[in-house]
Design a protein around this ligand. Structure first.
Ligand code: SF4
Length: 185
């Protein structure tokens, strides 16, 4: 089975998934999207309301900021990135809460299979939920704005773009992080 067929099969599985409580409240699961040979694999926390309605990742205000941040790094979102999240369904109620540990555990196999399939060597972790999934013993603040190596891949760590939408202070830090992303590599 080729990459496209394998990803389609995985997306169908996610589309039918009822492994956690988020399946009850979601409108559409959001598996993720991007070229299947993307250089960068980007992982957020979970879909928001816009994403839940459309089934597409990072299409709201956070997504617009993410696209701008990637452009600062010289990365073309549509051509060079595959974007997904730790959980594939909207965490609620309350709306946009952090996914719970059992929801993350139920969903993690999909993420692992996506990473393997796309095969990107560079992974960008958006925020502390994504960071903790990969580095549960480490402090987010020690690694923000840095690359680190693990298991044959490189991980870049910064805030979730939603933090930059809410607070100007975080937007400035995000912009500085992304401007430096390929100088630090
Ligand atoms: S969040 Fe993941 S595990 Fe839970 S229902 Fe959605 S796809 Fe399934």
């Amino acid at each position: 089975m080729n990459k496209t067929s394998r990803m389609e099969k995985l997306n169908r599985e996610i589309g039918l998934c009822v492994k956690c409580r988020l399946s009850i409240t979601r409108i559409k699961p959001v598996p993720g999207e991007g070229p299947l040979d993307a250089d960068y694999f980007i992982i957020g926390q979970g879909p928001g309301a816009n994403e839940d309605e459309t089934g597409r990742p990072f299409i709201g205000r956070s997504g617009k900021l993410l696209t701008e941040l990637l452009a600062l790094a010289g990365i073309d979102r549509s051509k060079e990135t595959f974007i997904t999240s730790i959980v594939k369904c909207l965490p609620t109620p309350p709306l946009n809460r952090k996914p719970r540990p059992d929801e993350i555990a139920a969903c993690c196999d999909y993420l692992a299979r996506q990473i393997e399939l796309v095969g990107s060597k560079k992974i960008i972790l958006l925020g502390d939920v994504a960071f903790r999934r990969f580095f549960p013993k480490d402090k987010f603040s020690d690694w923000r704005g840095k690359w680190r190596d693990s298991g044959g891949r490189k991980y870049f760590i910064s805030y979730h773009p939603a933090a930059g939408i809410r607070f100007q202070k975080f937007k400035k830090i995000l912009e500085a992080d992304y401007k430096a992303i390929n100088k630090l590599d």
